[in-house]
Design a protein around this ligand. Structure first.
Ligand SMILES: Nc1ncnc2c1ncn2[C@@H]1O[C@H](COP(=O)(O)OP(=O)(O)O)[C@@H](O)[C@H]1O
Ligand SMILES: [Mg+2]
Length: 300
């Protein structure tokens, strides 16, 4: 642009013609601003994206802003940095989750085997005591026995929540069926289910994440939604397997931040490269949690 200005002034010197000079200056400035704006537009896109990037919702990238330039390079390095961050995030989520699941399995085993067995033995002892005791103390012994039996149940159910043994032994669909029936019996909430029997093959990690997301979503429905009906579906789709948990409760006002179960679900989804969406309508329209994970062949 400066070269063009020089050329014009050489051919047609503006000696003292203030108006022409000012017009020239204004034109130069306007063209300059337009050119700069074009050159820097990708930068403002970059800053908007930088402000928006959320490690729990991976996959956002800058489009390459046309011809090679410093800004294109910047955008490319930014995208590459996002790649690295997302990989690292997934790996660390995996490590954290593996550690947590190991610990849960150990605790569940101990609760079930050690404490559960001892309590059962104690209940049997109390039972014998009840049989042998006189009428005066029998009622008390029977009470104690019943409390011990109740504790056995509680411990077993706690162990089951910590580590769903059905998942290891029977697979995802029976484990989900089991979970739904237990929750439904305990709370009286009607939970319909439509679980595809012949699921696309899934990695064990992915199965566990599907189970945990269903578990957390249903617990949320019971705790927060004030729903009368809930529905769990598990279906094959062209890219993998989709789990959906819907309720007809009060819905939420946007997605609350925080360190609770919703964040836990997002982290678990990131871990297996799944796509988690939580949609919630206005009051009364309920909430839907949807998780898609790739089947084993696809994710390899
Ligand atoms: N299905 C739902 N219906 C209505 N509100 C919900 C539902 N799920 C979650 N919420 C709201 O989102 C908040 C955060 O949920 P979550 O992260 O699971 O934490 P927590 O269950 O420990 O409170 C809940 O306190 C509740 O207000
Ligand atoms: Mg919760």
């Amino acid at each position: 642009m400066l070269a063009v200005v020089c050329l014009v002034l050489t051919v047609e010197p503006a000696n003292g013609r203030v108006l022409v000079l000012s017009a020239g200056l204004v034109a130069t400035l306007v063209i300059n601003v337009l050119l700069m704006r074009r050159a820097f537009a990708p930068l403002s896109k970059l800053t908007t994206l930088m402000a928006r990037v959320d490690p729990l919702r991976p996959g956002q990238r800058l489009e390459s802003p046309g011809p090679a330039s410093e800004v294109t390079l910047l955008a490319q390095s930014f995208n590459a940095m996002l790649d690295r961050l997302e990989t690292e995030r997934r790996d660390s989520a995996r490590r954290a989750s593996a550690a947590q699941e190991d610990e849960r399995r150990r605790l569940a085993g101990e609760l079930h085997d050690e404490i559960g067995q001892s309590l059962t033995a104690m209940a049997l002892q109390l039972n014998r005591l009840a049989e042998r005791s006189s009428d005066g103390t029998r009622a008390e012994a029977i009470d104690a026995r019943d409390s011990a039996l109740q504790l056995v149940d509680d411990v077993r159910s706690l162990a089951r929540q910590l580590r769903p043994e059905a998942l290891d032994e029977l697979g995802l669909v029976p484990a989900l069926t089991n979970l739904i029936e237990r929750l439904s019996a305990r709370t009286g909430l009607v939970i319909e289910r439509d679980l595809e029997r012949s699921l696309a093959p899934l990695a064990p990690d992915a199965e566990l994440v599907l189970y945990r997301v269903a578990q957390e979503s249903l617990t949320n429905v019971i705790r927060h939604a004030r729903a009368t009906h809930a529905e769990v579906t598990l279906k094959n789709d062209p890219e993998g397997v989709v789990l959906a948990v819907r309720d007809d409760g009060r819905g939420m006002d946007g997605e609350p931040a925080g360190n609770g179960g919703l964040r836990f679900m997002r982290e678990r989804a990131v871990m297996v490269g799944g796509d988690l969406r939580i949609t919630t309508g206005a009051s009364g329209r309920g909430t839907q949690v949807r998780l898609r994970v790739s089947s084993e062949q696809r994710s390899r």
